[in-house]
Design a protein around this ligand. Structure first.
Ligand code: NAD
Length: 472
């Protein structure tokens, strides 16, 4: 659905008028296109708190961005750690002397905060961000890297947890379509940072801000990895793929090189076939709640050589407050949105039609995090999805299978077009981007989780919500 407010606000007349009366102007977000040579282009400022262990991995990742120019802050404590390791990575890091007057702009700021081990050390965050935070380009990126607080001793745990507050507040301050995200990396897992850094520094994360991702150890080797075709040679199945977010997921997965089986209910056959033929995929008509659906999906998987990726996207809303809700609405939403996913996972794991090293990606919702008036059934189902992700991640690790979820906020689809005008406008504007997200934003995040390079990324829930105030 088109956003008329955004279109007017970005017209020549609209810009002047909206600024004069202080109305928000939702920036036209930069999104990925295969023509982009580099996952980030322009000046990237890198800093590291004393004792930082992730800076080498940051520089190694930036080697894959030929259009990025790397700088560090001269004369700051965060400079020394960067210069110490840059020689070893063979990457050229220029010193930038901070000045309020110059016209320097940065496309990205990356702070390795893994060395922060006391609350006094948090000053490195101020030292790094204060001189440059007003020097961001449109749609700039901030990434902070820390240690998972739960695996730290208490003195380090306290400030590491503090980084969440820093990043979420930065996300709300920076405007102009910029994002700020936090990556907690386990000690020793730094080489696994690549896929998360690429995602959060690139236009693929246009509508993802204020999020926290945990990266753990894995034996994934990035040799031969292609950022433009990360899913080459992979087979994926996407449920609810005839339209909306599911169709976008199928398209982006095909763009990224995957063979995609698209599934939807028989009444959606025409739309489903259209998606399948657009992406050169395979259409599979099935109702995921049917008793034989797990078997049908497993058979389709086997006929296509087994699945590397399953995306549980199909979902419905049947909104009523608890007192007015029929048991039919309750049962239907729980069955489609969570129980069927459990049954399908059980079958695919039992008979190996989801291969070892596979990816399970689920679609939750910010309604499952924050709750919503009139959505007790939906919020319960979507919070259950989060429970499934968190519960299954450790169990699946022995098969090198990862499981993660996206939690979309307000995404422009037929589902949200049906929301009454006033509530729809509130949902669209009450986030750091002042606009709704596009289905492609959810799809890009799902492809990040699905990438072979995300082997160390499991048990996460990432909101694709433009840092919505709902449930923040
Ligand atoms: N649009 C949003 O703003 C938003 C926000 C948060 C979460 N989500 C979630 O994203 C997912 C996709 O949402 P959407 O907005 O694209 O919705 P949509 O209604 O446009 O598409 C959902 C698709 O799922 C299919 N489906 C429904 N029941 C099915 C069943 N039993 N078996 C097989 N397929 C079935 C539908 O036919 C449809 O094609 C859902 O899980 C939804 O809960 C959407």
């Amino acid at each position: 659905m088109s956003d008329v407010y955004q279109a007017i606000a970005n017209s020549n007349v609209g810009k002047k008028l909206f600024s004069a009366i202080n109305l928000p102007i939702p920036v036209l977000l930069e999104r990925y296109s295969p023509e982009q040579a580099s996952f980030v282009s322009g000046d990237v400022l890198v800093g590291a708190a004393k004792g930082g262990k992730a800076v080498a991995a940051v520089l190694e990742t930036l080697k894959g961005a030929p259009e990025a120019s790397i700088k560090t802050l001269a004369g700051m404590a965060t400079e020394a750690e960067v210069q110490k390791v840059s020689g070893g990575t063979g990457i050229n890091v220029d010193n930038y002397t901070a000045s309020r007057e110059d016209s320097q702009k940065f496309k990205a700021l990356v702070l390795d905060a893994t060395g922060i081990s006391s609350t006094a050390d948090l000053k490195a965050c101020y030292d790094f961000f204060h001189p440059v935070i007003r020097k961001l380009e449109k749609c700039a990126r901030i990434v902070v890297i820390g240690r998972p607080p739960e695996s730290c001793e208490i003195d380090q745990r306290i400030p590491q947890r503090g980084l969440e507050g820093l990043v979420k507040s930065l996300g709300k301050e920076i405007k102009k379509g910029a994002t700020a995200n936090l990556v907690y990396v386990e000690d020793g897992a730094e080489p696994q940072l690549m896929s998360s850094l690429q995602f959060f520094l690139s236009a693929k994360s246009a509508y993802v801000s204020g999020q926290v991702v945990r990266v753990g150890a894995s034996d994934y080797d990035a040799a031969g990895y292609d950022w433009h075709k990360p899913l080459a040679g992979k087979t994926a199945l996407v449920t609810g793929a005839a339209r909306g977010i599911g169709a976008a997921i199928a398209e982006v997965m095909a763009r990224d090189g995957a063979k995609v089986i698209v599934l939807d209910i028989p009444p959606m056959a025409d739309d489903l076939n259209a998606v399948a033929s657009r992406i050169g995929g395979v259409a599979l008509q099935a109702d995921i709640t049917a008793a034989d659906a797990p078997e049908i999906i497993s058979n389709a998987a086997k006929e296509n050589g087994g699945l590397d990726i399953i995306v549980h996207n199909a979902g419905v809303t049947r909104d009523k407050t608890m007192g007015g809700m029929s048991d039919k609405f309750w049962d239907m939403v729980i069955d489609i949105n969570i129980s069927s996913e459990e049954r399908i996972n059980a079958q695919l794991l039992k008979d190996g039609s989801l291969k070892d090293g596979g990816r399970i990606v689920c679609v939750s919702s910010i309604s499952g995090i924050a709750g919503n008036m009139g959505q007790t059934n939906y919020s319960t189902s979507k919070a259950s999805v989060i429970g499934m992700v968190q519960g299954m991640a450790p169990q699946l690790a022995e098969k090198n299978i990862t499981i993660n979820a996206v939690a979309p906020g307000f995404i422009e689809t037929q589902m949200t077009a049906a929301i009454p005008f006033a509530i729809r406008e509130a949902g669209r504007r009450m986030n750091s981007m002042n606009q709704g997200g596009q289905p492609v934003d959810v799809a890009e995040t799902i492809c990040y989780f699905s990438s072979p390079a995300s082997q160390g990324v499991s048990g996460n829930v990432v909101r694709v919500c433009g840092q919505s105030l709902l449930g923040a």
